[in-house]
Design a protein around this ligand. Structure first.
Ligand SMILES: C[S@@+](CC[C@H](N)C(=O)[O-])C[C@H]1O[C@@H](n2cnc3c(N)ncnc32)[C@H](O)[C@@H]1O
Length: 270
């Protein structure tokens, strides 16, 4: 099972490496449509499912199965989502302030920002963005929306950059706030721990689960949950990667977004 099918790069690699069948899940219909085309050559060796990977048990049951041999999740957003201004993830390009991976449910960021109270907003920016100036940023957003609703990514980026202030060279000052709001609006960390436990229960003995995380908040949850599970009295998993696998210089050079990726793997023990 590839719980974050995206454009199907990993699924294609798994199939080429000999996987018999891959269930590809994504919560983004636009990603699924592209993956369907890209993977057409593999015929019925791929099953496409529009769902949240956190519902994997239901997905597996719906396919008449009880277990899978492997689970992969590549967390976060895809380059396609980031680069499409219309999806509203990017502070580099102006677009409607949406940021939902699944546009068929939930509320666009602009709607939430219009009503959230300042303290809750500051807490989200601090917790999910690790932004030291979260209170200042939250105040600036609340002040700006009192003048006019914030409906575009460009407007939000301007407000945040001004609030964070200071010179910047490598990292745009809007980066942390945009990351925080994206994680919040998509509930990216909600239920991650429960998912890791449930997914282990769906693995056949000897089956493996791999998670790729892109920031320390996610990676910490993966590391701690698996360590706890592996050390439990009746452990269901064994940690395969004592240290996370990280991209080499050549991969980071070819794909700078891979720079912060960390891959961890566990194996189901009987
Ligand atoms: C980093 S990309 C994956 C790219 C993919 N590995 C590939 O080779 O193209 C993450 C994908 O996971 C999807 N996604 C994120 N959270 C999800 C969730 N909770 N359930 C299902 N899909 C999710 C996103 O919509 C996005 O397409």
């Amino acid at each position: 099972m590839d719980g974050t099918l995206g454009l199907g790069g990993h699924t294609a690699a798994l199939l080429e490496a000999g996987a018999g069948h891959v269930v590809g899940i994504d919560r983004d219909e636009a990603a699924l449509a592209i993956a369907r085309e890209r993977l057409a050559g593999f015929g019925d060796r791929v099953t496409f499912v529009h769902a949240d990977y956190r519902s994997l048990r239901q997905v597996i049951a719906g396919l008449g199965r009880t277990a899978v041999d492997g689970v992969l999740v590549d967390l976060g957003v895809s380059s396609m989502q980031l680069d499409d201004a219309e999806r509203g993830f990017s502070f580099r390009q102006d677009g409607p302030l949406d940021m939902r991976m699944d546009r068929s449910s939930g509320q666009p960021l602009s709607e939430w920002l219009a009503t959230v109270d300042e303290e809750t907003l500051a807490n989200v920016i601090y917790q999910f963005g690790e932004e030291r100036r979260s209170r200042r940023v939250a105040r600036a957003i609340v002040d700006a929306r009192a003048v006019a609703p914030i409906l575009r990514t460009g407007e939000l980026a301007t407000v945040v950059r001004r609030a964070v202030g200071g010179g910047w060279q490598r990292v745009d000052p809007a980066t942390r706030t945009f990351q925080a709001l994206r994680i919040f609006i998509n509930g990216e960390l909600d239920g991650l721990e429960a998912f890791l436990e449930e997914a282990a229960g769906c693995l056949a003995p000897g089956g493996r689960m791999a998670v790729i995380a892109f920031h320390s908040l996610e990676d910490r949850i993966v590391k701690h949950t698996w360590r706890r599970m592996a050390q439990a009295d009746a452990a269901t998993v064994r940690v395969v990667t004592k240290r996370p696998v990280v991209p080499g210089d050549d991969e980071s050079g070819r794909n700078p977004r891979a720079r912060s990726a960390r891959l961890r793997v566990v194996e189901r023990v009987a």
